[in-house]
Design a binder for this molecule. Structure first.
Ligand code: 13P
Length: 247
């Protein structure tokens, strides 16, 4: 079975003005001979300019969300096709911040994943338990259920990734232990192979939640970890490159 090519993606969240494109260039300039696929997901309004700034480099550009429809009366929303048209090749979907703030449920995330696939984008579908869910011993049950509900059948044969981001580890400086990460990633892998057969074994499962240069090596080398989804530490070339080169 071919091991998935690691994917290290930076989620800039609602951070970054045009001046930050220089940081994106610095990331591209510092890649060296990394074996990872590297992506940056800036706010939607920067996708086009970042795609232009990174043209000719291996760094991929992604969105942070996309609507289920291709066009229409959806004020403030962005269609997957628009992201692709602006130069994106990936899109983060179902991030816990969107699940919490906009009440995005699994079936909506699955519908967005279908739209992303139809637009030719590679979805990075996020799952992860809250602190309450972990402390009550329900982490695996919650993550398995989110994974089953958020991954539509239409992903079969397409490039996509799953990101495990425990909600309590995001932006808090806390990370899950390697043992916990391996347990959850193993459970996600089982859902992937049950749903997609052999192809499910080659889907990268990223870990996200306070990944920093100092903890990246042990996380990236854990079993079933196929890369990282990085928030705060992807905003500066120094930290993001430190993570990329920990692989
Ligand atoms: P931090 O790396 O800032 O904890 O954010 C993780 C995350 O939410 C990436 O999507």
């Amino acid at each position: 079975m071919t091991a998935p090519t690691p994917l290290i993606a930076g989620n800039w969240k609602m951070n970054g003005l045009a001046a930050a494109l220089a940081e994106a260039r610095a990331i591209a300039d510092g890649l060296g001979g990394t074996t990872a696929r590297v992506a940056l997901c800036p706010p939607a309004v920067l996708v086009h300019r970042m795609s232009e700034a990174l043209a000719g480099t291996p760094v991929l550009v992604g969105g942070q969300d996309a609507h289920t429809e291709t066009s229409g009366a959806f004020t403030g929303d962005t269609a997957a096709e628009m992201l692709a048209d602006a130069g994106a090749s990936l899109v983060i979907l179902g991030h816990s911040e969107r699940r919490a703030t906009y009440r995005e449920a699994d079936d909506l995330v699955a519908a967005k994943a279908r739209a992303a696939i139809n637009a030719g984008l590679e979805p990075i579908i996020c799952v992860g338990e809250t602190l309450d869910e972990r402390e009550s011993g329900r982490a695996i049950e919650v993550v398995v259920s989110q994974t089953r509900g958020s991954l539509p059948r239409e992903l079969a044969g397409k490039a996509f990734a799953v990101a495990y981001e425990p909600v309590w580890a995001i932006g808090t400086g806390k990370t899950a232990t390697v043992a916990d990460i391996e347990e959850v990633h193993g459970a996600i892998r089982a859902v992937l192979t049950t749903t997609f057969g052999d192809a499910g074994a080659t889907v990268p499962i990223l870990y996200g939640g306070s990944v920093k240069p100092a903890n990246a090596a042990e996380i990236l080398h854990a079993a079933e970890v196929g890369g990282a989804l990085v928030g705060g530490a992807s905003l500066t070339a120094k930290d993001f490159l430190g993570i990329i080169h920990a692989l």
